[in-house]
Design a binder for this molecule. Structure first.
Ligand SMILES: O=C(O)C1=C[C@@H](OP(=O)(O)O)[C@@H](O)[C@H](O)C1
Ligand SMILES: C=C(OP(=O)(O)O)C(=O)O
Length: 427
């Protein structure tokens, strides 16, 4: 394969003022697809995200025996039947939700399923998934490295019951067994035993989506979830815009002294990206609701921030880019687990901000960013869509910035580069 041509990041010498309607949430789409595939009847999904991560999820569920019929922006999912699907291979790409969630579904079947993914996927932590499967009595063939590839060999019957896991490197290790728990004969009594648990809003989203489908879940104490056995109700649902991905537009407005209207920001949501409503004021900006939209505007200064991003780690690359352009130093904490994301995001952000003349440093659990005048150059993306997002935020203020591989954004937002190009010509 030839290397991609670097993409010139959009640049502004005046404030960026615009509006954006971002595509559907990755986290919601992939949960809703799984729950539809496990449902007690067909479900429709309106305005799902169609991107690499969600198409990989759709393909994985189809390989396990679900059917997905598409009509414009509505997908109708018929659940995985009792007939089973035979042996299958699942390509996880670089999608955490596919590599962590789907092996638990494979455990409910009766034929071996092999999981593999991109080169970068093979270094993402998977030991907790493998340990969970084994403690449920499911055989897993792996090479003892705690990573992809591996083969799940189901027994045809999983009792469930008490399971203890360490999910300190990813909340997805909790969400995955919760998603299938109701379908186990004895349900599931899941405890997280590790020192920290990142991305709690994502776990809460899992619990909320299960409850919407009449699954009974109790949370008797912190880091313990009891899922009662029973059917998962079919549900017709519309997917909300991806609020984490809205962050690039919000940050773009803030760093250029402008303002952006994000259309259709849900009045109530379980998405982690809703945290932009508190992050923006920390940088000195303002947030106003206008009907169904939120309008984010820059303040008179872009202030340095002290933020704990433990719950919303996926926002870190864009926040770090804003910090590199702020008027004072910033400390971003609580995100040690980003070292196991699409790439080691802490190392990647430090390397790329500093390559442009910046001053960023890793701490045990985050970053220190001291603003410096930045110069152009090629911002490397490490196969990580959110590194490309960070590059766009920087490029709006720093002339001559090239994004190494903007195609990485197809993971969650295939129209990302054209959307920016349209915004730059219409403003
Ligand atoms: O369950 C999910 O949909 C996600 C959970 C989070 O993972 P981590 O807990 O590994 O950070 C988040 O960062 C990721 O983008 C999506
Ligand atoms: C961590 C992320 O993705 P994944 O779902 O692959 O873990 C992300 O999108 O920032």
């Amino acid at each position: 394969m030839t290397d991609p041509l670097p993409w010139p990041a959009p640049h502004r010498s005046s404030p960026f003022v615009g509006e954006a309607l971002v595509p559907g949430s990755k986290s919601l789409t992939n949960r809703v697809l799984i729950l539809a595939a496990l449902g007690d009847g067909p479900s429709t999904i309106t305005r799902p995200l169609s991107s690499r991560d969600t198409e990989l999820m759709a393909a994985a569920l189809t390989a396990l025996g679900a059917t997905i019929d598409r009509d414009g922006t509505t997908w109708t999912v018929s659940p995985i039947g009792s007939a089973g699907s035979g042996a299958a291979t699942v390509d996880c790409g670089l999608a955490g939700t596919v590599m962590r969630f789907v092996p638990l579904l494979a455990a409910l079947g009766d034929a071996p399923v092999t999981f593999d993914g991109d080169e970068h996927a093979r270094v993402r932590p998977m030991a907790s998934t493998i340990a969970t499967l084994r403690s449920l009595g499911v055989e897993v063939d792996d090479d003892d490295r705690g990573s992809l590839p591996f083969t799940v060999r189901p027994t045809g019957h999983v009792r469930g019951g008490p399971v203890s896991i360490d999910a300190s490197s990813s909340s997805q290790f909790v969400s995955a067994p919760l998603l299938v728990g109701a379908r186990l004969a004895d349900g599931l009594d899941l405890r997280h035993t590790g020192a920290t648990l990142p991305s709690m809003p994502h776990i809460e989203m899992t619990v909320a989506e299960l409850r919407r489908r009449r699954v009974r879940i109790d949370t008797p104490e912190t880091a313990r979830w009891v899922v009662h056995p029973g059917p998962i109700g079919a549900l017709d649902i519309e997917i909300e815009p991806d609020l984490s991905n809205a962050g690039v537009f919000i940050a773009g407005a803030l760093v250029t002294g402008g303002s952006v209207r994000i259309r259709s920001w849900p009045h109530r949501t379980d998405q982690a990206g809703d945290a932009w409503r508190t992050i923006v004021p920390a940088f000195g900006g303002t947030v106003e609701r206008d009907g169904d939209d939120l309008v984010f505007s820059a303040g008179s200064t872009l202030d340095g921030v002290e933020l704990d991003l433990h719950d919303v780690g996926e926002l870190t690359p864009v926040v770090a880019a804003m910090a590199a352009l702020a008027g004072g130093p910033s400390r971003l904490a609580g995100v040690a687990h980003l070292r196991g994301h699409e790439t080691d995001r802490l190392a990647a952000l430090v390397a790329e901000i500093n390559r442009l003349g910046g001053d960023a440093e890793e701490t045990d659990d985050g970053l220190l960013v001291r603003p410096r005048p930045l110069h152009g150059g090629t911002f490397r993306t490490y196969a990580d869509h959110r590194m490309a997002h960070a590059a766009v935020v920087l490029g709006l203020r720093v002339p001559d910035l090239l994004v190494e591989d903007v195609a990485t954004t197809a993971k969650t937002y295939p129209d990302f580069a054209p959307a920016w190009e349209r915004l730059m010509t219409s403003d």
